[in-house]
Design a protein around this ligand. Structure first.
Ligand code: SAH
Length: 350
């Protein structure tokens, strides 16, 4: 008889306490759920057959009542610069993309928090998909597990950026649960400063992130410090003023070693004028943020071009003169549509 698999709850993605509750009378000893927690996230042993420290009988009971499934990689596309885009099939159905970006010292995994996105930034390809659904915690951390297994990255020794598909703070419950599994020393054991949550800038979500015991880094996709320019490129700006956003970023950074980051994707003729650079420097000082200038990744479907290099240099000069730390992020994975804002599937994949 085929099991109605969708009716059995998925163990993958549960916290320690939730695992203990779910197993309940099946495994009344406290150490069992802890053992399972470590197996799932520390050893990536999510296939119940591999839990050989449990009796066969207990394994069978678990399989009868629960599923244990994490996302699995269904295809890979490697860029000439070393970045590899992975398409992952999700246990609850549907697919998302996640990118592994190797650097000399450490690997970075760029992961998705939603299928599609509700925010409609005009320069982002994921926005074109519209919002499909939130990912649950297991679907989020499972991307990390799948990419770590795939790349052979050492346990916990990688960076994670929530810069794939979706708006993490629109899905704050699941993203916070995922961050706790990722930072738990008995889970993925990733240092909180190795995790960056990147957001369109939702103050309520930023506040929740700031209240975490182990707080990840914060990056806000500012795009422009000019209210009208920002509102033209990012519809969310009509609901959140720059003033409010700057205050919330400043509050997040208070008492922290790392400054939050303003990410600014520079678009030719849109947000790359000297007046934009000056406004950015002023706002970054006020918010106590550093600035990461992002090279725009063009695609034929979007009506924008990257700002010319002299503009990028001009921004860096204006920021430096104002005492603001500014860096430039060069595009990776552009030739395989794996660069920032390009995750949207091709027609065959979706
Ligand atoms: N929703 C989150 C995370 C996804 S976007 C957020 O907005 O931060 C991650 C980063 O990619 C953002 O800083 C965004 O400004 C940038 N980005 C989006 N489209 C891009 C594109 N086509 N080229 C370069 N960067 C882009």
């Amino acid at each position: 008889m085929e099991r109605a698999s969708e009716l059995r709850p998925n163990l993958y993605g549960l916290s320690r306490d939730e695992l203990a509750d779910a197993l309940g009378p099946l495994a009344p000893e406290r150490y069992r759920s802890r053992q399972l927690f470590r197996a799932l996230y520390r050893r990536d042993a999510w296939r119940v057959e591999t839990w050989t420290d449990l009796s066969r009988e207990l394994r069978e009971q678990i399989v009868n009542r629960f599923r244990c499934e994490r996302p699995v990689i269904v295809s890979r596309h490697s860029s000439s610069d070393g970045a590899t885009k992975h398409l992952l099939a999700l246990p609850r159905g549907g697919r998302v993309e996640a990118v592994a970006i190797p650097a000399e010292d450490r690997m970075t995994f760029c992961i998705s928090s939603q299928m599609g996105c509700a925010f409609g930034c005009t320069f982002c390809m994921t926005a074109r998909l519209g919002f499909v659904r939130h990912l649950d915690a297991g679907e989020i951390v499972g991307q990390v597990a799948a990419l770590a297994a795939e790349t052979g990255a050492r346990h916990g020794r990688y960076n994670i950026v929530f810069m794939g598909m979706g708006e993490p703070l629109h899905n704050a419950d699941n993203v916070l649960r995922a961050v706790r599994l990722l930072t738990d020393p008995e889970g993925f054991a990733v240092g909180p400063r190795r995790i960056t949550v990147s957001t369109v800038g939702l103050p309520a979500g930023i506040e929740r992130l700031g209240a975490e015991r182990l707080r990840p880094r914060l990056a806000v996709s500012l795009v422009s410090a000019d209210e009208q320019t920002r509102a033209r490129l990012m519809p969310v700006a009509r609901a959140v003023s720059l003033e409010e956003l700057a205050r919330s970023v400043r509050r997040f950074g208070r008492g922290q070693r790392d400054r939050p980051t303003f990410e600014v994707v520079l678009l030719a003729g849109e947000n790359d004028r000297p007046s934009h650079a000056r406004a950015l420097a002023t706002l970054a000082r006020r918010a106590r943020a550093k600035v990461n200038l992002i090279e725009f990744n063009p695609t034929p479907d979007l009506p924008y071009r990257p700002a010319p290099e002299p503009r990028v240099q001009m921004f860096l000069r204006v920021l430096r003169a104002a005492g603001v730390i500014g860096t430039v992020r060069r595009s990776r994975g552009g030739d395989i549509d794996a660069a920032c804002g390009q995750l949207a599937f091709t027609r065959q994949q979706a």
